[in-house]
Design a protein around this ligand. Sequence first.
Ligand SMILES: NC(=O)c1ccc[n+]([C@@H]2O[C@H](COP(=O)([O-])OP(=O)(O)OC[C@H]3O[C@@H](n4cnc5c(N)ncnc54)[C@H](OP(=O)(O)O)[C@@H]3O)[C@@H](O)[C@H]2O)c1
Length: 277
Amino acid sequence: MKVVVTGARGMLGSELIDILTPLVTCIGVDIDDFDITEEDQAIKGVMGLNPDIVVHTAAYTNVDNCERDKELAYRVNGEGTRNIAIACSRIDAMMIYISTDYVFDGTKGEVYHEDDQPNPLNIYGDSKLRGEKEIQETLSDYLIIRTSWLYGPKGKNFVDTILRIAREKKELKIVNDQVGSPTFTIDLANAISRLIDLKGKGVINVANSGSCSWYGFAQKIIELSGINGVTLTPISSHQSDRPAKRPYYSVIDCSRFRDLTGYLLRRWEEALAEYLK
Ligand SMILES: NC(=O)c1ccc[n+]([C@@H]2O[C@H](COP(=O)([O-])OP(=O)(O)OC[C@H]3O[C@@H](n4cnc5c(N)ncnc54)[C@H](OP(=O)(O)O)[C@@H]3O)[C@@H](O)[C@H]2O)c1
């Protein structure tokens, strides 16, 4: 089986390549190989590799920058995804797309199921939802995996940022009214590998179990890393001046994943402890 992974240098893409390489013929591609927004290049690029499966992790992922550069966000996350979907349809390849909890507005007050109505609050979420729709309109054979709050060894992430600021400044103000599920890229990459094995289709939520606020996440990072003398202050979303609005409660229910695979990803605290080791 041949699997192409887009976004090969990204935080999730690079992890996924490490995990899939011993199992299948795995080819990673990134913007140096072809720009997914260039229709011709992208379609020919994927078709030329003739994969059975494309895992499309490439995206414009900076949530605040998406507000500043809307056009680019839709071009990469919407049109770029459509180009990959067109290529998959021409060669009859299965497409796996990595989407986000930010397709939801967070007002439900309880966990989101795959069939709940999306209503993104920010450009990033809306452009990723556009990507989902492009796939659904182009392909019958697809898997959309919605995940949340990623961190891992191979990319810039919240955990590393908190560690750096805690060491440098010893004082942090962190939002405590947005709740989600931090997810370790290694756990997610293993879950994607399992879903490939089991031929998962449709929309499936995958995140580490449990949930916390960004403040709770930061508290745990500092506790587990043993950095002393840090003052952590909870603030509200209104007090933080981020350009992108974010959902208050975007925890995703992973029972569809459990029913298919027979397991749930471990709790976020356990995964975080492993990452910090
Ligand atoms: N990070 C999260 O918290 C999170 C949460 C939920 C879902 N997701 C989704 O999970 C996936 C992986 O996220 P991640 O954090 O691992 O992403 P990432 O580290 O930002 O990696 C994305 C990769 O895509 C590449 N890329 C960007 N624009 C491209 C273009 N026009 N053509 C080709 N490649 C391009 C990037 O290259 P450059 O670095 O050169 O730009 C980068 O290597 C994404 O689809 C994201 O939307 C992420």
